[in-house]
Design a protein around this ligand. Structure first.
Ligand code: FES
Length: 111
């Protein structure tokens, strides 16, 4: 007998249904006491960073983003999803997290 889904192979913490987000929208989740911003891209994939901007604490989930960067709504510094690095010199990076959608659920990997 073949299982359609091998739950043992699904990794990460389930934070909610991807349908809770609209494409192009970010939302903040609390996972193990950490505030994490999750972004639903136009292609249906997700990215995740710390929710608080390392510059002065802006809410990154409220920022504009594309498939490469999120732009903080307070002072418009941009942070790369791939590395967390700020595109401007002298600004600390933001922490990024592995994020993916499995069976319609957003799953994050911390650590
Ligand atoms: S608080 Fe985010 S750019 Fe200043």
């Amino acid at each position: 007998m073949t299982a359609l889904h091998d739950s043992a192979s699904v990794t990460g913490i389930d934070v909610g249904a991807v349908t809770d987000l609209t494409r192009g929208e970010g939302r903040t989740y609390t996972v193990d006491g950490t505030q994490i911003a999750v972004y639903l891209l136009s292609d249906g994939t997700v990215r995740a960073t710390d929710a608080m901007c390392p510059h002065r604490g802006g809410p990154l989930a409220d920022g504009q983003f594309d498939d490469g960067v999120v732009v903080c709504p307070l002072h418009q510094y941009a942070f790369a999803f791939a590395t967390g690095a700020c595109t401007s010199a002298g600004i600390d990076p933001v922490r990024t997290y592995d994020a993916h959608v499995v069976d319609g659920r957003i799953r994050l990997t911390l650590g």
